[in-house]
Every structure is written in structure tokens, then in C-alpha cells.
Design a protein around this ligand. Structure first.
Ligand SMILES: *Cc1c(COP(=O)(O)O)cnc(C)c1O
Length: 227
């Protein structure tokens, strides 16, 4: 068994153990394998081991890889997206996890309309308040959603956040509980919105994220090793 397959097996086991304690179904937790800096052959190993969603941070890097990875996979954009890269991004990505402004959403809506598609997006929220992180402020979420639901070629299907950069459990979990609370607020205001995904949790903190309700974890290091 390759080390990547072995790491994925361990990851799935830990997710299953965590879910068991919460009486949650582990099949509800989607794994996005984050493949920045990982060459296509190693990405292929992960796909052959059952990974179905791949996440990339940069449009250019993703463009150089998509053709080389084969299988039943979807690609998610998880990094900051510049408006002038939206066109290219839509050539590759099935879902954009990092929508953090009205203008970016509008651009995705426009280019999606030209292609006759509806693009699934997540809204990225900066729940830690760290200035180095992208994402809207928690108190901006409801207003942004109210504008995005008017865009015909965008589907808002969830929220994404990155936990605080610390190993203090309370601080990190607060970020995740904040995102869950925002999603509950949005759901109660927009009853027709199918806000399915809470994308939160990376290699260092995915267990806490699942404990706070995550159903989409974005994992790089724990699958592919240190970058
Ligand atoms: C790199 C990255 C990840 C994965 O990080 P690891 O700590 O390697 O698991 C997840 N989400 C985003 C947005 C990233 O940029």
C-alpha cells in the first residue's frame, strides 16, 4: 500500500472515530484533498485510494495539473481568487470555496451565465479576525447572502473558514462554532437556500472542526506529508 493510501486510511479512521462519538454518519463528512505543491502522480495516488474532491489554491497551478489526473473527481478552488482569474478558474473548478466579496461573486455569475452554467460557491468567512486571512467579517455574511441569492448563475451552497493559527483548542473551536452559527442564522432567514456545506478543518484541526459540525474537511499535510 502506498504511503498516501495508508495516510488516507488513517484519516478516514480518525474521522469515523470522531463521528461515532457524536452519533454522526462519517459518510456525511466530505474530504477535500488539498493538492498545492503536490505533483500529479501523487495526486493520482490519492484519487486511486478513493479521494473524489481535489482542492487547489492557485488557478495557474491547477491548470497545469487537471489534465494529468484521471478519475471521477471534482476540483474545488480553496485559495484567494482574483477577479481577473475567474474566467480561467471556471475552466477548471466545479466549486469555488473562497468567495469573499460581492464583486468576485458578480464576476463568477457573469462568466457562468456566458457558459450557460450555474456555479456552486461557498462564502469564505474570516472567523479568526486574523488580518492575514481572507474572508468577509462574520457580521457581513447575511447581507452578502441576500445579494448573492439574486444572482441567477450562482448557487450559494455553504460557508468556508480557516481556523485561527494557534494550537489553543478553545480559540480554534470558537472559529468553527462561529461559522456554524452564521450558517444557522442564514438558514433561518433564507428558507429556500440549500446551505449544505460547512467547509472547515485542516490537517491540524479537522477533529475539532467535525466536533463543531463540519461536513467538509480540507486536508493537505495529513495526506501528502509536509510541503
Ligand atoms: C493548504 C490549505 C489547506 C490544507 O492545509 P493542511 O494544513 O496541509 O491540511 C486547507 N485549506 C486551505 C484554504 C489551504 O490553503
Amino acid at each position: 500500500m502506498s504511503t498516501i493510501a495508508e495516510k488516507i486510511r488513517i484519516l478516514r479512521e480518525r474521522i469515523a472515530e470522531t463521528c461515532a462519538k457524536l452519533s454522526r454518519n462519517p459518510a456525511e463528512v466530505a474530504i477535500v484533498a488539498v493538492t498545492k505543491t503536490v505533483p500529479p502522480q501523487r495526486i493520482q495516488e490519492a484519487v486511486d485510494a478513493g479521494i473524489q474532491i481535489l482542492g487547489e489554491n492557485r488557478v495557474q497551478e491547477a491548470l497545469s495539473k487537471v489534465g494529468s489526473v484521471k478519475g471521477d473527481i471534482t476540483w474545488h478552488m480553496v485559495g484567494h481568487l482574483q477577479r481577473n482569474k475567474v474566467k480561467k478558474a471556471l475552466d477548471i473548478f466545479d466549486l469555488i470555496q473562497s468567495v469573499d466579496s460581492y464583486d468576485l461573486a458578480r464576476e463568477i455569475d457573469c462568466h457562468s451565465r456566458q457558459r450557460n452554467r450555474r456555479t456552486d460557491i461557498l462564502i469564505e468567512v474570516n472567523t479568526s479576525g486574523e488580518p492575514t486571512k481572507f474572508g468577509i467579517r462574520p457580521d457581513e455574511a447575511l447581507d452578502l447572502v441576500s445579494k448573492l441569492v439574486e444572482m441567477p448563475n450562482i448557487n450559494v451552497v455553504g460557508l468556508m473558514t480557516i481556523g485561527a493559527f494557534t494550537d489553543d483548542e478553545g480559540t480554534v473551536r470558537k472559529c468553527f462554532s462561529t461559522l456554524r452559527e452564521i450558517s444557522e442564522t442564514i438558514r433561518s432567514s433564507f428558507k429556500n437556500l440549500d446551505l449544505r456545506w460547512l467547509s472547515m478543518g485542516m490537517s491540524a484541526d479537522y477533529i475539532w472542526a467535525i466536533q463543531e459540525g463540519s461536513n467538509m474537511v480540507r486536508i493537505g499535510t495529513a495526506i501528502f506529508g509536509e510541503r
